[in-house]
Write a new protein. Structure first.
Length: 763
């Protein structure tokens, strides 16, 4: 799969920009990301950040980071600094300096005077409740207030007195004189300025009147020369006011235009700074960077990578209609990224002692253990000490084994990862009847699962040497909320907090982790992906945060086939840890799902989805029979298809397994890019047919090296300034150049190959 960060997706905003550039309406694309510094950024903001900065890179323009800081009651420099950290972490840069709306207060005041002098703004003396009453409702028009017919002179005098601090908060406001009967409530004489006798974190006490968002935002865009002001859909009704203000003032031309796209919504999550503040101030979480929080600071501390965030933003795409994205899709995207960057090591979260009775006392072996599985072409290994006494997971032993239990049980054999096959000979219990240790034997001829002639057993367990184990704190994080839509039942959203969102355990880790450094990522085999906490870890004593488990639970289709679960979890019964949950899930898999695991090595989540849907199971089987690699076919059906269906039932798909196998083959051969493959899937869902025919009909073939070389050369020749800035030390501009190649090729270039050719020519 090509690097998503180098791919130039297609959407309606990019089409608008391309049309503007072709028509000569703009020479340079200038976008902006305009947060208010009143809290920390969250996952939802990442989509807007990636879009605005990505557009600037793709089209060789620039993106301004502008703080819309016109509300002194909630804003603070700590939020400014946190927002800048988050954007840099995502991999974007705003140039020589950030912008601040507060820098324009004098200019905005002059614009307000211009409106007053033109008779298009007036000072209103109604109170807040009266303003709401006079505005009317959706079905009834508003009515003018007593101050609406004040003279220009009186309005200028009152506004000057407002600025001079002669009135109390709320005593007067400045409003635009537009239309109190407008069907758009935003146009019923909206507020432009209010009185706030508050200290501003940047301008101090210079001002006691502050412009409101709708007045500040459009004029800040104009002052900065923004060409495309891209907002989320909740500002769609504000666009008419945005245009009115710019149309009724003497602003530079061409003026900016606002476009709206759907914001990012996730289930099992809240996306509100106000709600985040409630969680922080109420000590429901440890702070804005609590790893359970959906803030960028929180997910960064949890171990999420910026690459995964950018990939997720690309995968979700840019649309005109709001929808809710599965949190499990985000987790799936995260696993894809972490799998490529996380060395494999071993740790035990719930230690159960194992004594190998026929192993020589006092002897220790050093076993060679690679950090990476065979399908990841990376090198590196460490030595694992192996001795007579070990720890395994307590959940990997069952005294009375269930059917198809392939882990350890009395009289049964398992393989220890990278080591030997052992057999449980007897169980030792304490006075209370609890299992305290297992007495086992080992087969000394079975060292190494990949040794020539090594005999096979069905179960493989992770372990650590008891004598060499590193004691460490491990934090098991789960979803912060137990309800899919917190607070949707009319109750306080905090009532839906998951009581088991954090479990802290004292774990036993392999000794190599004593060298782990803060900020490193690892996969604890069979347990999940973990991040060395950058704040609480000490030299030789890492604290591990679980970023995400190994089980891929994006199984919405399977959930339809399962009995409905209670809306709220039982508060009295603590949740088992991830390893135990995985064991129970695996043990409880339906026979058809287990058969898919046994036959094709699918993950339990994939197997459950395919096993629960007759249609998807049939398509999968036919695709494999037609030559598709099983995991690839499963990934398309389980990971990509649900977003393409857009709520429709899986049984409605119109393509068969042969078509899916053909799609997989086209992508593997490099005939089409990843975005093109997803476009083909959309067509298959709607109409069926042959992927190859769809590719030919739509001209989706990737452009190869012979044809791509001249395109790359022309892009370099036409973008001399970008080339110069890249060579001067700005590597982020490579993405902009790739975007230019994609545009010049009509989206047909192989983005990975384009990046390689650009690097070669720019070296």
């Amino acid at each position: 799969m090509s690097d998503p960060s180098l791919e130039a997706p297609s959407d309606f905003i990019r089409e608008i920009i391309e049309a503007d550039l072709r028509a000569g309406r703009h020479q340079t694309v200038v976008t902006r990301f305009p947060p208010e510094p009143n809290g920390y950024l969250h996952i939802g903001h990442s989509k807007s950040i990636c879009l605005n900065f990505g557009l600037a890179e793709q089209f060789g323009g620039r993106c301004h980071l502008r703080f819309d800081d016109s509300n002194p009651t909630t804003e603070d420099m700590q939020y400014v600094e946190a927002i800048q950290r988050d954007i840099r972490w995502l991999g974007f840069d705003w140039g020589e300096h950030p912008y601040f709306a507060s820098d324009y207060f004098d200019k905005l005041y002059d614009y307000a005077l211009e409106l007053i002098k033109a008779g298009k703004a007036y000072v209103c003396s109604l109170g807040e409740a009266e303003i709401r009453e006079y505005r009317g409702t959706v079905t009834t028009p508003g009515r003018p207030g007593p101050g609406r017919e004040r003279s220009v002179e009186e309005n200028l005098e009152l506004f000057a007195d407002m600025r001079a601090g002669r009135f109390k908060d709320g005593e007067h406001v400045l409003r635009a004189r537009i239309d109190m009967a407008s069907p758009n409530m935003k146009m019923r004489d909206p507020l432009l300025y209010r009185i706030r006798h508050k200290h501003h974190y940047r301008t101090g006490d210079k001002w006691c009147i502050y412009p409101l968002y709708d007045f500040t935002h459009c004029l800040s865009d104009s002052i900065e020369g923004i060409t495309h002001s891209i907002c989320t859909l909740e500002f769609e009704n504000n666009r008419e006011l945005y245009d009115w203000i710019l149309d009724n003032l003497d602003v530079p031309q061409p003026r900016p235009h606002q476009y709206e796209f759907a914001r990012l919504n996730l289930n099992y999550t809240v996306m509100s700074k106000r709600r985040f503040l409630e969680l922080v101030s109420g000590s429901y979480v440890s702070g804005w960077d609590d790893p359970r929080m959906p803030t960028l600071a929180g997910i960064r501390r949890r171990g999420v990578t910026p690459e995964a965030m950018r990939h997720f933003a690309t995968r979700v795409g840019v649309a005109k209609n709001n929808s809710t994205v599965e949190l499990a899709l985000f987790e799936h995207t995260l696993r894809e990224d972490l799998s490529e960057v996380s060395p494999r090591v071993m740790g035990v979260l719930k230690p159960l002692k194992v004594v190998i009775e026929n192993y020589p006392e006092g002897q220790t072996e050093q076993l060679d253990a690679p950090y990476w599985p065979h399908d990841i072409p990376k090198e590196g290994s460490r030595k694992l000490p192996f001795g007579r006494e070990l720890f395994i997971e307590a959940d990997d032993f069952m005294e009375q084994p269930a059917k198809k239990w392939f882990r350890l049980a009395p009289g049964r054999e398992v393989r220890l990862r990278h080591a030997y096959i052992i057999k449980c000979e007897r169980v030792v219990k304490d006075d209370s009847g609890a299992i305290s240790e297992l007495r086992c034997s080992y087969d000394r001829h079975t060292r190494g699962e990949n040794a020539p002639g090594a005999r096979k057993v069905k179960g493989t367990l992770h372990w650590v040497s008891a004598a060499h184990a590193l004691d460490a704190e491990v934090r098991i994080y789960d979803r912060l909320f137990s309800m899919e839509f917190p607070g949707s039942d009319g109750q306080d959203f905090k009532q839906d907090l998951n009581p088991d969102s954090l479990q802290t355990v004292r774990a036993k880790l392999e000794p190599s982790l004593s060298q782990a450094e803060a900020g490193e990522r690892y996969q604890l085999e069979r347990l999940g992906f973990f991040y060395v906490d950058p704040i609480d870890s000490k030299d030789g004593a890492p604290v591990l945060n679980r970023t995400v488990g190994l089980r891929d639970t994006w199984a919405k289709i399977a959930a339809r086939a399962e009995p409905a679960k209670p809306a709220k979890p039982a508060a009295s019964k603590p949740k088992a840890d991830e390893a135990a949950a995985a064991a129970k899930t695996t043990a409880a898999l339906p026979p058809e799902a287990q058969a898919l695991i046994d036959a094709h090595g699918l993950a339990p989540g994939e197997a459950r989805v395919l096993g629960a849907s007759p249609t998807l199971g049939r398509v999968f089987a036919a695709a494999v029979a037609a030559g598709a690699e099983p995991r690839a076919a499963a990934s398309w059906l389980v990971s990509e298809l649900p977003t393409t269906l857009e709520g429709r039932d899986a049984e409605s798909v119109k393509f068969d397994g042969t078509a899916l196998a053909e799609l997989v083959a086209l992508l593997d051969a490099g005939t089409i890019s990843w975005p093109a493959a997803k476009d083909v899937l959309v067509e298959l869902v709607k109409s069926g047919g042959s992927p190859r025919a769809i590719v030919e009909q739509k001209g989706l073939q990737q452009m190869g090296g012979d044809a791509l070389g001249p395109v790359v050369d022309k892009v370099l020749a036409d973008n001399a300034s970008l080339v110069e800035r890249y060579k001067a030390g700005n590597p982020n501009l490579l993405g902009a150049l790739v975007g230019q190649v994609m545009r010049a090729s009509g989206g047909k270039a192989d983005p990975k190959l384009a990046g390689e050719m650009l690097r070669e020519r720019l070296a």
